[in-house]
Structure formats: structure tokens, C-alpha cells
Ligand binder design. Structure first.
Ligand code: KG4
Ligand code: ZN
Length: 335
């Protein structure tokens, strides 16, 4: 039995990444070039700058990924690339690189959905057990995804406004913290008390949807009202209160879905999965549910990287999915 080698390419937002994954679960290399420094002074990702960086970085990152994995194009079974969702100009760099390589070296091409990549990051950690539920929390998405088998994704709940990461970044901006704000809020929250009363959007009974814009506005109002009264609010307490509200809703809805869908495993996914408070609360909640396994990936597999795209691509490749040279960036792609 020959080993399967997949190259993953990810350029949907502000990380240029190329990875080589063996048999869908072993990372041979996973090179990530981050542009965060270039976007920081603008307080968020600037699409034009992102595209330019990807163009500058893609070849360097690609060569390093092959070098570290110690393989050549002849060894590759497929090239998997993020086709969407994301920033169109950024996606195009990865998609065009993948198409050019697949064409030049006559290697099968597989387009991958970015969120399925975040979910499949977990297969680089452990064997997946179906049926499962994935809590996807990133800068652009907040979703509860039910999977009854490989490649089957059913979104049972999603955000109606801001994504969790987006709310973190906006709250961070209100507190004058640098972009991306998630890690800074997380750090402050560890030092504060959740003493400030903030809302939780449960939505209609039984709904697995999320909403974070009300919470975000409540934080902004709290800061402004205090300023007007000449009072000083503790940023640590505010961060802790905000974080508690986000985690409370995420974890409560996940636990309810676990019960209703009777899943065997829960996978945490996306950039906000790096959040220490969320990781701890989920772990504690699942310690009390011995029949359900919680998988919490290491930090470097939570944020954008190409190994997760190769892992998702591996399953599609095995299922016989192939993309043609007509593959295009699709910023609004559905999972
Ligand atoms: O998945 P990701 O790398 O990119 C997207 O596909 O969106 O997620 C980035 C998001 C940002 O909003 C960032 O602030 C957030 O993940 N994030 C965190 C933490 N680390 C990154 N949010 C909360 N706590 C963290 N420790
Ligand atoms: Zn992402």
C-alpha cells in the first residue's frame, strides 16, 4: 500500500500557507507566513495588501514546504487548495498557484472549503468518530456543524451577525488593543473578574444560531458611559465579562446539540479555538460527559494553515472529487 501525499495551499485571508500531509493525517510540513504585522496599523486586514503579500510569499512558502517534507512534485497525489470563502483577491493567488502547478506537473487538483479545512484540522490530531459535531469559531464564521460521515456537513446553527472572532477584534479595538484582538482579550480576561453584567443572546428556544453584535454594542456602550461619567472601567474585568458571555453561549448551545444529535465526538475548530477560556470551559464540561470525546487541537492548527486544507482535501480526493482548470475563487462558497 502506497502512501498518499497531498499538498495543501491556503491564502483565504492573511496567512500564506503551504503544507504537505501524508495519508490525510500526518504533517510532513506546514509553513505559515503571517502578514499580521502589515495589517496591524490599519486595525484589520486590508484586502489589497493581503493579495500583494500572498503573491510575494507563495513561491517561497511552497519551496520551503517541499524542502521540509523532503519530497518533490512527482511524489504528490493531489494539490488541495482553499477555493472559498474568503477575500477574493487573496483566494485567487492560492487558486492560481494550485492550478498552474497541477497543470504543469499533471497532478489532480481538489478545491477545498475553508471551514471544512478548519474542521479537518482535527484529523491531524486524532481519528474522527461519527456522528460528530464541530464548533467552528473563527474571524469570519461561527457555526455548529453536524457530520454523520466524512465529507457530509450540515450547518445546524450559525451567527446571524458578527462572528465570534469579529466580536473579539471589535471589542479589542474599543479597548485600544492591537489587531488581531482575540489573544489580547483572552490574556486580559485571565487577570480580571467577570463582574460587569453583559447580555447573552440565546435567541428563540431551541435555536442553535448565534448573535454577538448586541454583546459587542453593550461593551462599547459600557466603555462610553464610563468615559462620560469620568469613571475608569477595568479593562481586565470588561474582557473577563465579555469572554464569559461569549463562552457561556458557545458552550451551552454545543452541549444542547450534543444531547439532541447524540454525537460521539465534538471537534473545536477555527482561530477562536485558540482561546484559553473556551478551551478550559469546554474541557471541564466534557469531563462530565465520559461518553463524548472532545478534541481540542493545538494552537497552531486552530488558526489558518494549509495542513488543515490538505487534510480535508485528502478525504475529497479519496472520494474521487476532482476540480478542473475552471476552478475559481469563490468568496461566498457554501459548505
Ligand atoms: O480562523 P482564523 O485564523 O481566521 C479566519 O478564518 O477567520 O481566525 C482568526 C480569528 C481572529 O478574529 C482572532 O482575533 C481570533 O481568531 N483569535 C482569538 C484567539 N486567537 C485568535 N480569539 C479569542 N481568543 C484567542 N486566544
Ligand atoms: Zn480560518
Amino acid at each position: 500500500n502506497k502512501d498518499q501525499w497531498i499538498m495543501g495551499i491556503e491564502t483565504s485571508c492573511d496567512e500564506t500557507s503551504v503544507a504537505i500531509v501524508k495519508n490525510g493525517k500526518e504533517i510532513a510540513s506546514n509553513i505559515v507566513s503571517s502578514q499580521i504585522e502589515s495589517h496591524k496599523r490599519f486595525g484589520g486586514v486590508v484586502p489589497e495588501i493581503a493579495s500583494r503579500h500572498h503573491v510575494e510569499q507563495i513561491t517561497i512558502v511552497l519551496e520551503e514546504a517541499l524542502r521540509q517534507a523532503n519530497i518533490g512534485f512527482d511524489d504528490l497525489d493531489a494539490i488541495a487548495v482553499t477555493e472559498g470563502p474568503g477575500l477574493v483577491g487573496a483566494l485567487l493567488v492560492g487558486v492560481n498557484a494550485a492550478k498552474a502547478l497541477a497543470f504543469a506537473h499533471n497532478i489532480p487538483l481538489v478545491g477545498v472549503h475553508h471551514i471544512s479545512g478548519h474542521i479537518y484540522a482535527n484529523r491531524l490530531v486524532t481519528e474522527l468518530k461519527f456522528p460528530l459535531l464541530s464548533l467552528v469559531v473563527s474571524g469570519g464564521h461561527t457555526e455548529l456543524v453536524y457530520m454523520k460521515e466524512h465529507g457530509h456537513f450540515e450547518v445546524i446553527g450559525e451567527t446571524r451577525d458578527d462572528a465570534a472572532g469579529e466580536a473579539y477584534d471589535k471589542v479589542a479595538r474599543t479597548l485600544n488593543l492591537p489587531y488581531p484582538g482575540g489573544p489580547h482579550i483572552d490574556r486580559l480576561a485571565q487577570e480580571g473578574n467577570p463582574a460587569i453584567n453583559l447580555p447573552r443572546a440565546w435567541l428563540e428556544e431551541g435555536s442553535y444560531d448565534f448573535s454577538f453584535s448586541g454583546l459587542k454594542s453593550a461593551v462599547i456602550n459600557t466603555v462610553h458611559n464610563a468615559e462620560q461619567r469620568g469613571e475608569k472601567i477595568s479593562p481586565e474585568d470588561l474582557a473577563a465579562s465579555f469572554q464569559e458571555s461569549v463562552i457561556d453561549v458557545l458552550v451551552t448551545k454545543t452541549l444542547r446539540a450534543v444531547e439532541e444529535y447524540k454525537v460521539k465526538q465534538v471537534l473545536l475548530a477555527g482561530g477562536v479555538a485558540a482561546n484559553k477560556g473556551l478551551r478550559k470551559t469546554l474541557q471541564e464540561a466534557f469531563d462530565k460527559l465520559p461518553n463524548v470525546e472532545i478534541v481540542i487541537p493545538p494552537l497552531k492548527l486552530c488558526t489558518d494553515n494549509a495542513a488543515m486544507i490538505a487534510a480535508a482535501g485528502s478525504i475529497l480526493f479519496e472520494k474521487g472529487v476532482r476540480s478542473t482548470m475552471a476552478l475559481n475563487a469563490n468568496p461566498g462558497l457554501d459548505i
